[in-house]
Design a protein around this ligand. Sequence first.
Ligand SMILES: *Cc1c(COP(=O)(O)O)cnc(C)c1O
Length: 422
Amino acid sequence: MRYFLQKNGALHCEDVALSDIAEAVGTPVYVYSAATLARHYDVFAKGFDGTDALIAYSVKANSNLAVLTLLAKRGAGADVVSGGELTRALRAGISPNKIVFSGVGKTGDEMRLALSAGIYQFNVESAAELEALSNIAAQMKVNASIAFRVNPDVAAGGHEKISTGKKENKFGIAWDDARVLYARAAKLPGIRVQGVDVHIGSQITQLEPYERTIEKIGGLIADLRQDGHAIETFDLGGGLGIPYGDGTADPPLPSAYAKMVRRATDALDVRLIFEPGRVIAGNAGALLSRVIYTKPGETRNFLIVDAAMNDLIRPALYGAYHGVEAVSPKPGDTVSYDIVGPVCESGDTFAVQRNMPQMSAGDLVVFHSAGAYGAVQANQYNTRPLVPEVLVSGGEFAIIRKRPDYEQILSTETVPDFIKNR
Ligand SMILES: *Cc1c(COP(=O)(O)O)cnc(C)c1O
């Protein structure tokens, strides 16, 4: 089921015409479908019906409070990687006992915040982090429940910038150090050993790397239990890929992923934790933009749009593919366009040589599959206001992040007297 559909010659998100949103809010703007977010979460959760599983949505994929609140109401937990994300998750009503904290560089302040909230699990990524967490938890007279993020040395495909489960990546503890570190953790004050964690990468398009990871971790869990640790949780991380419409084979459906995981983990006797991000939010959102100019060239036709790499950095950062669609396609022959933004960098290119209906200045286009790692990575490069976000539900829509005006942007900056009076 798709919730971005052409109806009567105009692209809609659910029952709202995108042209109405552009009119009301201006462009560029992210548009999310509430029905899609809900459906993606429900489909993922349904795969684990009847098993002991926590679905901790990966907040970094799309951390808007409205999105988090929608998912919280459906029962989602949260995987956070900073104090800021933790604060968002709590504000959205996600119960602390459904929150896990990942990331290689948790600071003391962030640990204190998470310990005061009473989160469910810290995914610890180094010996140094373990010591720091133990010290702080002991000072606070609480216990931190931990899993080590173990690096299983499994290549999971995807782009090198989003592969995380290989030896040479910065993430997790080395496989060979695991038993020694678990033994160390078991002796430390303020630490309660609870489980094992992995996260092998993102935009993973096959089940096989997951299956190999589960097999390896299954062996580790058996070893750790033999060493006397009570391993209760197995966090398989996130990473399941989504179709981007780039002509490659579609990734496995969440139902197939769930079926494989249930079979492969059946004998482990653990509570499963998942940290899906992209698979929930990616295809629930699009970036809506307006053509500023068309620029016919000898070899290329450029479509210069009012969205740029600061609004959606994935093409520039990872060479990522986003489907492009005209909001009101004109009949007649298609034209091959290079679609670029106004930022002063050659990398500010969304797509090359895409066949589209003839476009004119003022026409609207969308970049599909932009609901994850889109708005969250936006910035104000070239002093372009932070791109706003809109949530659609049925025939309604609301602005869920406002576009700042120039005064608001400048208001956080000050010129010190030693410069003013120079
Ligand atoms: C980014 C991340 C996720 C989510 O990855 P997706 O590919 O969006 O599912 C989950 N866990 C950790 C630790 C992450 O860093």
